[in-house]
Design a protein. Structure first.
Lengths: 113, 116
């Protein structure tokens, strides 16, 4: 069964460093998302991506964040200068079209120290 | 914009019994979707079931069914014949079906514990 895959599963980084979280969405899906979940809290939307551009972003997704789909299969989230409060589980998701179910990857746990 | 409310922070059920997890929503969209996800302690988000606002019948997927009451704006998840492996956090989520790439908005979650 096709699935969304994320790498790495866990990343530890020093405050101020750049991190890139990687995702391979399901191959025929057209819409891609990043969400995050701070420990013990609910899942929060960060950004959606369609047709090679950002379609929507939340107030969390400030200038420190960027997304790319560099080669037609990978979908990346970059955090330019990490802060302690960026520590969270980051989920990539994809869906074939809006109004259908979104499938999530297993998540990348980011720890900023 | 969507607002999703889950009022049960924790629920307990005996193995083999049925349990209902509550979810209410608020939206101005005419066309939208409602979702339930399971998050075990390992952290991944597992899609369980989807209901479109235009679907006349309640969605079912194996032991999961969605009790969709549009007038009450509720989309409760019913798990029949609970198993120990059902112990997890359950999230209700909603999203517009009118706007391209619509985000999902999640509720606070319900921690379900299945007792032997």
């Amino acid at each position: 069964e096709p699935e969304v895959t994320q790498t790495p599963s866990h990343q530890v980084t020093q405050m101020g460093q750049e991190v890139i979280l990687r995702c391979v969405p399901i191959s025929n899906h057209l819409y891609f998302y990043w969400y995050r979940q701070i420990l013990g809290q609910k899942v929060e939307f960060l950004v959606s991506f369609y047709n090679n551009e950002i379609s929507e972003k939340s107030e969390i997704f400030d200038d420190q964040f960027s997304v790319e789909r560099p080669d037609g299969s990978n979908f990346t989230l970059k955090i330019r200068s990490t802060k302690l409060e960026d520590s969270a589980m980051y989920f990539c998701a994809s869906r074939f079209q809006f109004g259908t179910e979104a499938f999530f990857g297993q998540g990348t746990r980011l720890t900023v120290v | 914009a969507q607002k999703i409310t889950q009022t049960q922070p924790g629920m307990f059920v005996q193995e083999k019994e049925a349990v209902t997890l509550d979810c209410t929503y608020d939206t101005s969209d005419q066309s939208y979707g409602l979702f339930w996800y399971k998050q075990p302690s390992s952290g991944e988000m597992i899609f369980l079931i989807y209901q479109g606002s235009y679907d006349e019948q309640n969605a079912t997927e194996g032991r999961y069914s969605l009790n969709f009451q549009k007038a009450r704006k509720s989309a409760n998840l019913v798990i029949s014949a609970s198993q120990l492996g059902d112990s997890a956090m359950y999230f209700c989520a909603g999203g517009s079906a009118e706007t391209s790439g619509s985000r999902l908005t999640f509720g606070e979650g319900t921690q379900l514990t299945v007792n032997p």
